[in-house]
Design a protein around this ligand. Structure first.
Ligand SMILES: NC(=O)c1ccc[n+]([C@@H]2O[C@H](COP(=O)([O-])OP(=O)(O)OC[C@H]3O[C@@H](n4cnc5c(N)ncnc54)[C@H](O)[C@@H]3O)[C@@H](O)[C@H]2O)c1
Length: 346
């Protein structure tokens, strides 16, 4: 019989508690320790031992694997602490706060050769795999335009945590990072960006709204609009039945992709194509594609256990996530300078 995998959690806030919940449904693993210097709520609720210093926890508990869900600016140093001890990690996104930081993590990983899975959980959602299969099968023809949205109204108390108002947070790094990861997955690498941002709705140090233009290496052009301070039903979290916390508007779409032969809405997977005749005077025919509903986070966890046991390579590794971060760095620079920017490959 396979022995239970011993998992430790670093950072037991909103996301860490979600991970702990998914772990209770995973029959081959259990949570054995928690490191969080400020919050004891999860430890109090579960009776699992809590440490205030994650290094002490790693050395004393020696877990088989770790889930890192602390604030963004601690991701790289914490992940390196795990690598140094030979402990595989599921590292929440963003992989780092800047490309320089991500490069430090890539270098450390090459030194220690221990796997890290980055928490771009949407990639584990069956709808993402189905959309990619439709695109890769050429059903849209030559991909030309992509429109994406992630717009919602975070509750004001979400921002009582100071780190969420400071540099290293913001709607681009916290939320659009998921959309950019997925658009890269669907459409290929991003070769250039332009962007505008503002913080006028919330007035924090970081942006609350952004509009980004994307050029893909295959020639497709995209736009991505994001805000955490507007009233809107359009965004992956509202449109995909993935995280219970968010109110759902499942009949709405967050991505629209169009090519020379067809157009696709996501997550509905409505594929629009011409029938016998082509041209705007002819009615389009809509083909509905089905997919199995399944929890992306639960699937991510199951995959992480395989990665940590050496049975699979990470679906989203550090170098891959660093490419999305390079796009984000370019977006921030484009917004700052008003100039088109080319992401620097890690
Ligand atoms: N994958 C997703 O969809 C998703 C969703 C939300 C958040 N996240 C990511 O998860 C991470 C945590 O976000 P959150 O919303 O849970 O934030 P949070 O503020 O609710 O939780 C962070 C926790 O980390 C703890 N912490 C602070 N310093 C620490 C340290 N030195 N060691 C250990 N713990 C420490 C805090 O006390 C807090 O409990 C962030 O990186 C965020 O980007 C991912």
């Amino acid at each position: 019989m396979m022995s239970l995998f011993r998992i430790a959690l670093i950072g037991a806030g909103a996301m860490g508690c979600q991970h702990a919940g998914y772990l209770t449904k995973e029959p081959t693993a259990r949570l054995v320790a928690i490191a969080d210097p400020f919050s004891s709520a999860l430890a109090d609720e579960t009776g699992i031992e809590r440490f205030t210093d994650h290094r002490e926890m790693l050395d004393q508990v020696r877990p088989d694997a770790v889930i890192i869900a602390n604030p963004n600016d601690l991701h790289v140093t914490t992940a390196i602490d795990c690598l140094e001890r030979g402990i595989p990690a599921l590292l929440e996104k963003p992989v780092a706060c800047s490309q320089d930081e991500a490069n430090q993590l890539i270098a450390a990983q090459q030194r220690y050769d221990v796997p890290i899975l980055v928490g771009h959980h949407r990639r584990h959602n069956p709808v993402a795999a189905r959309a990619k299969a439709i695109i890769d099968a050429g059903r849209l023809g030559r991909l030309a335009t992509v429109t994406g949205m992630w717009q919602t109204c975070k509750p004001d108390d979400y921002f009582t945590m100071e780190w969420r108002r400071r540099q290293g947070a913001g709607v681009i790094l916290i939320n659009l990072v998921h959309d950019l990861d997925l658009l890269r997955h669907f459409c290929g690498e991003i070769s250039a960006v332009q962007a505008m941002t503002h913080n006028t709705l919330r007035g924090f140090e970081v942006e609350d709204s952004a509009i980004v233009q994307l050029e893909f290496t295959n020639g497709a052009l995209g736009s991505l609009t994001g805000s955490d301070a507007v009233v809107s039903p359009w965004g992956w979290d509202q449109n995909v039945n993935e995280v219970p916390l968010y109110a759902k508007h499942l009949d709405q779409s967050c991505y629209f992709l169009a090519g020379s032969e067809g157009a696709l809405s996501v997550p509905q997977l409505a594929l629009w194509r011409y029938g016998e005749a082509r041209g705007w005077q002819h009615q389009l025919v809509c083909e509905s594609h089905r997919y199995t509903q399944d929890s992306a986070q639960q699937r991510q966890l199951a995959h992480f256990l395989e990665v940590a046991r050496g049975q699979a390579d990470p679906l989203v590794g550090v170098a891959d996530a660093a490419r999305t971060l390079a796009v984000i760095d370019a977006i921030q620079e484009a917004a700052r300078t008003g100039q088109r920017q080319v992401p620097l490959a890690p």
